[in-house]
Design a protein around this ligand. Structure first.
Ligand code: G
Ligand code: G
Ligand code: MN
Ligand code: NA
Length: 255
């Protein structure tokens, strides 16, 4: 409850900030994109993980406000990079959505406003959803359809955990699947986990979906994923989540 009050205040004062983690092509290791991740530095407790404060925001009815701040910051930062980088600025940014943000009408309006204020086109935004939420009912499907109609692309996040199933890849209006890092961690030297990733890539290929592996920490994991035909990866091996300024420098030196 104390954290909830502090979070409410932090949102009012816009104390939350956003860090960015690169996504690289698994064949060339060239940067191809980035994911925005929310951060909160509590004045007394220090850093609080989004794994802790996102559920608090959901319960307290603060998630739309939080989501909108992250969306606006990510769009503003991407627009600034596109204005200031000489060549090859990122074309899009991925932003995580919580299930409580999937309200018909409201989410599309917030996304539109963030795009309009930053001057970005809809293709500059990739929204990440998890299957547990994506699967919940007609209204969620309607919201996803609204976003797709706007031209925003959708990624299925944390694939391989929870309720995710290969069958759902065909049923959601997504263009990307993100393989969860728990899956990646278990893969090397484990034939069963390797087979699961392999079949995920095969189904994704058949549906023309892009596959991004998360939490790649070692060369062995990157090599194994590349050998399985996985397209892109994200993880500490390539780059940690960074401030906007550090990310811009990282991106420029990795062109
Ligand atoms: O960045 P980190 O690994 O600490 O994130 C922990 C969890 O919080 C991940 O599941 C991630 O998807 C989620 N998360 C990070 N930023 C956001 C955000 O802006 N909105 C939502 N809904 N979840 C986020
Ligand atoms: O659930 P989602 O995929 O949005 O969360 C991404 C989370 O994974 C972020 O909190 C980010 O900080 C974390 N992360 C990114 N790369 C790595 C990695 O290589 N190893 C580990 N352990 N976590 C990572
Ligand atoms: Mn994500
Ligand atoms: Na994930």
């Amino acid at each position: 409850l104390e954290l909830e009050a502090d979070l409410r205040l932090a949102l009012q004062q816009e104390q939350l900030y956003v860090v960015y983690q690169p996504i690289v092509d698994l064949v060339t290791h060239q940067p191809v994109g980035l994911e925005a991740l929310a951060r909160w530095h509590h004045p007394q407790r220090g850093p609080v993980s989004p794994a802790e404060f996102v559920p608090i925001a959901e319960e307290a009815g603060l998630i739309e406000q939080l989501g909108e701040q992250v969306l606006r910051r990510a769009c503003a930062d991407l627009a600034a990079w596109q204005r200031t980088m000489d060549a090859g600025a990122p074309e899009s940014v991925a932003v995580n959505l919580s299930r409580a943000q999937l309200r018909p009408g409201h989410l599309a309006a917030a996304v539109s406003a963030a795009l309009q204020d930053s001057g970005l086109g809809a293709q500059a935004l990739r929204l990440e959803i998890t299957e547990t939420l994506a699967m919940q009912g007609e209204s969620a499907h309607g919201v996803l359809a609204e976003l797709r109609e706007m031209g925003v692309s959708l990624a299925l996040d944390d694939f391989g955990t929870g309720y995710s199933s290969l069958a759902s890849l065909d049923q959601l209006p997504i263009d990307t699947v993100k393989i969860d890092r728990a899956f990646v961690a278990k893969m090397v030297h484990n034939p069963y986990q390797t087979a699961l990733v392999k079949s995920t890539v095969q189904v994704a290929d058949a549906l023309a979906l892009r596959v991004v592996a998360e939490g790649v920490e070692t060369e062995a994991q990157a090599d194994a994923l590349a050998a399985l035909g996985c397209h892109a990866a994200q993880g500490y091996l390539f780059g940690r989540p960074m401030s906007a300024a550090d990310f811009a420098a990282w991106w420029t030196t990795h062109q």
